[in-house]
Design a binder for this molecule. Structure first.
Ligand code: ZN
Ligand code: ZN
Length: 174
């Protein structure tokens, strides 16, 4: 990935978007920011951060090493945040689509994740049922990517890379 903008699809530089959150110099203000930083941590193979931001009661056998390995095994390339919903005072859900490449094919993992805040720190808990967002208004103004990605599509070598780098695929994430 040769992106100048952040891995999380925000169109802001990684150095001012998810990096300070991962390095703990900036506290995520909400569950969506934490979720974005965790996606960027997957892209940069940062199992320690993924482990630390995984709610202790939901870790069930996970370790930082396992998370690093799992991050390395998938070529994550882009993220779309579909919606962010408040479930309660200290609880939110974030519905997202995480894009990855597998054998030259563009794939998408869709998940609605639950997040809990403890003493002002957000943690990832677990996937929950997908909600129908057409009937539920988003509570926050969200920035979603403007790209049109097509799932299960073979990426042609000369097409623009689906990671939004502006480069051709053959010079980027291939
Ligand atoms: Zn970011
Ligand atoms: Zn790329």
């Amino acid at each position: 990935m040769n992106k100048l903008s952040c891995y999380c699809g925000s169109k802001i530089a990684f150095s001012v978007c998810c990096l300070p959150v991962i390095e703990r110099t900036k506290k995520p203000e909400n569950a969506e920011q934490l979720m974005r930083s965790r996606f960027s941590a997957f892209c940069t193979h940062n199992g320690d951060y993924l482990f630390e931001t995984h709610h202790p009661q939901y870790r069930t056998g996970l370790t930082a090493a396992k998370l690093t390995l799992s991050a390395k095994q998938t070529q994550w390339i882009n993220l779309d945040v579909v919606s962010h919903n408040h479930l309660g005072e200290q609880e939110s859900s974030v519905h997202f689509k995480a894009w990855f490449i597998e054998g030259g094919i563009l794939r998408c993992m869709e998940e609605n994740s639950k997040f809990i805040s403890i003493d002002g720190q957000w943690f990832y808990c677990e996937p929950i049922a997908l909600v129908n967002n057409t009937s539920k208004p988003n509570l926050l103004q969200l920035t979603t990517s403007d790209h049109q990605l097509e799932e299960n599509k073979k990426i042609s070598r000369n097409a623009p890379c689906p990671c939004d780098s502006g480069q051709k695929y053959k010079r980027c994430c291939i």
